[in-house]
Design a protein around this ligand. Structure first.
Ligand code: B3K
Ligand code: ZN
Length: 880
């Protein structure tokens, strides 16, 4: 066995965590920053001229952050200045006056920047990513969100290679230079933190449009894509215009510059970035046409375009004081994009999708070694905190405020927030104060959601007194200790409740109300309802009114009752999920003890009635059959048996497929969409149900499915149906599988984004050779290890969505992931740090697997140059 370095030694050698409690106002501010870029692949020169002021009477030196920079010149008030020290992470400049002009020239190498942070090359284009702390890789600067300056940017570059030179704000001047170069100047009138800076230089096709704001201002809209991709831009542009209109109508927020630009690039670590007036997008969230994108891609584009646009107010005009406040802009903006999608499409379907993310992924984060409140209190690497907790749980917290206040008061709160804080860098407390002041509703206790981590559990019990016609319902809340926080407090939990009678009608809960939002503010609380004639079935946490795990001892008939009669579609879906999970737990136990697994008739009948229901939206019917993912189901167990879970879940799906085969065949036939492809709700819903039916048919009747798959591929004019067929071929291991997969590869190998779907199908295959196939695919002509999208499609899909093979008991999955992380560690630690997630969330695994994982984590810990991003996660995982 190899020598293991004691963990404590490694820890000591690493930087300390940064703490929220150590926040201090900056000692200097910057009022203006003029940037000049002379762009070259390997040696770009950046001249940064800023007006700097001391914030109070002190004589501190000025510390500016800087990483991977070559300092070329430094001048103070137009004179060379030498009273500075280059220190770790930046520069210290001594003996400065109270107010001065600082000019710093640095040289950087965009071509060699494979971390895709700062200025880098994506294919032939230059682009930037500065959030959270990437600007310091461009120049020495007070790179913190509460330092807000007015930026101007002058860019010069080769005119043939880079006809488009873009930056934030409005274009103010341009001209020609010698040697075939040209320049453009941009000015952004709105003060901003450095993380919102952007620069793009390249040769693009551009889709142009305009939007007239409600006060009559005409805004130029420009969407830049790689040459040849104009036919895939219409949906992104439509989504942008819809977002601009929606934000005016629902939030009364209008756009503020003369131009709004979006650039799509292929090499991007995440989804997109809201830089002021110049969003930079992963091309995955821009490019779509019927042949190359699925309905889900279309919806994803709408959501992300909306999200980045909504940041213009919630993030850019009003930004974060410090990075601990990230949820101020992200939780709120996710809430806004969720509402946008819900207003434009189906509200219940969107709600279900949001809740699936919480249950399948965020709950596991809350229970794992990286557990943190939506406003974290300590951070090593900020990029590690762009999490499901900050984003999605953050949005749930905003949604609870919305639930407690109602739409009208919530919007008054938003108006007050904007009025009070426009142009400032503020805190989550400031946001809640605006909500409280505008509504008159006390949110003191509620604020604990910002500082407490973990998923609360709520146990519900009830008692019906038939002699008094009285019903009482008791809620007990409990939050277990998490990795980061031992002691937990009582939270303010809104419970949206409905009580159903035997006919499925909702009881009057007083004053004609058919449902009610209860506020749980104590450890245990009982609510009593009078005039309840029969024992009701409670519909709890309607619309998922709080991000908690809740438990009530529902009988099967009660769950059936909810599936049929709950007035909230989310609750109908939720009842189906509870029924499935109940029998999943039972069947896992059966499997573990080598007993026969089974599903009772009541289970089958419940889902038969859903499948043939006339009053349910086909999209919702589909959702009812999309059960907890295998990875998500791990959260249901204290200690999970990977094999038993897999086989029990597969057994249940197969039983449903067999028992409901005729109904699935009818659903397949009845929900075929005719006419040209359109990404509209009704068609999306029908395609969704037809493809779900095909998937179940492939389990029940592979021969019939084989024919349907081949015909569907021949006849389909769109990627949704093509991919739906491929999915069925893969899941059912149909005879046509190899042929349809290789035809697809033949057709699309030149298109990386489309091939990502194919790579993910390969990675999630249940073929026992899956891992060796994945390894072979690293040599595939469409694969590129340095492209984050390809990596996520192949490696990410395997480790996240193929738990049965990722957790293989020989440890091969763990070893494979670790090897990829070692390769990525130096090149692109941000992407590595995302991929590592399933390797650190091992709490619920058996001892054998835990040991195998720890060996791999120790292997990482022993790397000489382990990036901080990975160190933070690995060290926490090993000491949890
Ligand atoms: N604000 C960016 C995310 C930046 C991530 C930095 N590692 C995208 C968004 O949330 O809109
Ligand atoms: Zn965001």
């Amino acid at each position: 066995m190899s020598q293991v370095t004691p963990i404590t030694e490694v820890f000591e050698a690493k930087p300390q965590e940064k703490l929220l409690s150590e926040y201090r106002v900056a000692e200097f501010t910057v009022s203006t920053l003029d940037l000049e870029f002379d762009l070259f692949d390997n040696n770009t020169l950046v001249k940064a001229t800023s007006e700097v002021q001391r914030t109070s009477k002190h004589s501190e030196p000025l510390f500016l952050f800087g990483e991977q920079l070559k300092l070329v010149a430094l001048m103070v008030d137009n004179r060379d200045y030498s009273d500075y020290q280059l220190v770790e992470g930046g520069i210290l400049i001594h003996n400065l006056p109270d107010q001065f002009t600082l000019q710093i020239t640095t040289e950087i190498n965009p071509q060699s920047n494979k971390a895709f942070e700062g200025l880098y090359k994506s294919g032939d284009a230059f682009c930037t990513q500065c959030e959270a702390e990437g600007f310091r890789r461009i120049t020495y600067y007070l790179d913190r969100p509460d330092v807000m300056a007015k930026f101007t940017t002058k860019i010069s570059a080769d005119k043939t290679l880079y006809p488009a030179l873009l930056s934030n704000g409005n274009l103010v001047a341009q001209g020609e230079l010698d040697n075939g170069r040209h320049w453009v100047s941009w000015a952004d009138p709105f003060p901003k933190p450095a993380y919102l800076f952007a620069l793009v230089a390249g040769k693009f096709d551009c889709l142009k449009d305009t939007f007239t704001t409600k006060s009559g201002k005409k805004v130029a809209l420009e969407l830049f894509v790689d040459i040849g991709n104009l036919d895939k831009t219409a949906h992104a542009m439509l989504s942008l215009k819809n977002a601009m209109k929606w934000d005016e109508q629902r939030f009364n927020l209008e756009y503020d510059l003369d131009i709004y630009m979006i650039v799509a690039v292929d090499f991007f670590n995440m989804g997109a970035m809201e830089n002021k007036g110049l969003n930079i997008f992963n091309s995955k969230f821009v490019l779509a046409n019927a042949q190359s994108a699925t309905d889900q891609d279309y919806l994803g584009i709408e959501a992300v375009i909306g999200h980045e646009y909504f940041h213009n107010w919630t993030g850019n005009r009003i930004t974060c004081r410090d990075w601990f406040q990230l949820s101020l802009k992200e939780g709120l903006t996710v809430f806004r994009d969720q509402e946008f999608s819900s207003d434009l499409g189906s509200r219940p379907v969107n709600r279900i999708a949001n809740v699936k993310i919480m249950r399948n992924n965020q709950f596991a984060e809350d229970a794992g070694p990286m557990s943190h409140p939506i406003r974290p209190e300590s951070v090593m690497e900020m990029n590690n905190f762009y999490t499901l907790t900050v984003y999605d749980k953050g949005a749930e917290v905003i949604r609870m405020i919305h639930t407690l206040l109602g739409e009208a008061k919530f919007q008054q709160g938003m108006q007050l927030y904007v009025q009070r804080f426009d142009g400032q860098a503020v805190t989550c407390d400031d946001f809640v104060a605006a909500m409280q002041d505008a509504s008159g509703i006390d949110l003191t206790l509620f604020k604990r959601w910002y500082s407490q981590s973990g998923t609360p559990q709520v146990n519900v019990s009830d008692y019906f007194d038939s002699t008094q016609n009285s019903y009482q319902i008791t809620f007990k809340q409990k939050s277990l200790a998490t990795a980061d926080q031992k002691n937990k407090q009582v939270l303010h939990i809104p419970v949206n409740l409905e009580l159903l009678d035997g006919d499925g009608n909702a009881f009057d809960l007083g004053n004609g109300r058919r449902h009610q939002v209860l506020s749980l503010t104590q450890k245990e609380q009982t609510f009593v309802y009078k005039n309840i004639a029969t024992k009701p079935v409670p519909s709890l946490f309607r619309d998922f009114s709080a991000p908690v795990k809740y438990q009530y001892a529902y009988s099967d008939p009660q769950l059936l009752h909810l599936i049929h009669f709950a007035s909230d579609d989310f609750s109908r879906w939720d009842a189906g999920q509870m029924l499935f999970n109940k029998y999943l737990l039972i069947n896992v136990l059966q499997k573990k003890s080598n007993q026969k697994m089974a599903l009772p008739p009541v289970f089958i009948e419940a889902f038969r009635s859903v499948l043939i229901s006339d009053d349910l939206d086909p999209a919702l019917i589909t959702d009812m059959f999309e059960f907890v993912s295998e990875a998500g189901a791990m959260e249901l167990f204290e200690c999970v048996d990977i094999e038993a879970l897999h086989h029990a879940r597969e057994f249940m799906l197969e039983q449903l497929a067999i028992e409901l085969k005729d109904e699935f065949v009818s659903a397949y036939q009845n929900h075929q969409v005719t006419g040209d492809y359109q990404p509209v709700s009704a068609d999306i819903a029908n395609r969704k149900l037809a493809n779900l039916a095909l998937l179940f048919i492939s389990r029940a009747d592979p021969l019939a499915a084989n024919k349907l798959v081949i015909t569907q591929i021949q006849q389909s004019d769109n990627m949704t149906d093509h991919l739906g067929a491929l999915l069925a071929a893969n899941r059912g291991q149909l005879d046509c599988r190899d042929k349809v997969m290789s035809d697809f590869e033949d057709k699309w190998h030149h298109n990386g984004l489309v091939m990502d779907k194919w790579f993910s199908l390969q990675a999630t295959s249940l073929d026992s050779a899956v891992l060796s196939n994945i390894k072979a695919l690293f040599q595939h002509r469409s694969f590129d290890f340095s492209n984050p999208n390809r990596l996520r499609a192949l490696v990410g899909a395997f480790v996240q969505n193929n738990p049965y093979y990722f957790h293989a008991s020989d440890g091969s999955g763990y070893q494979f992931l670790t090897e990829q992380l070692i390769k990525l560690n130096e090149q692109n630690p941000q992407v590595a740090s995302r991929l590592i997630t399933p390797l650190i969330q091992f709490k619920r695994l058996d001892e054998h697997r835990k040991q195998l994982i720890k060996e791999q984590l120790n292997r990482l810990l022993q790397l000489d140059n382990l990036a901080l991003d990975l160190f933070e996660k690995v060290s926490k995982a090993l000491t949890q």
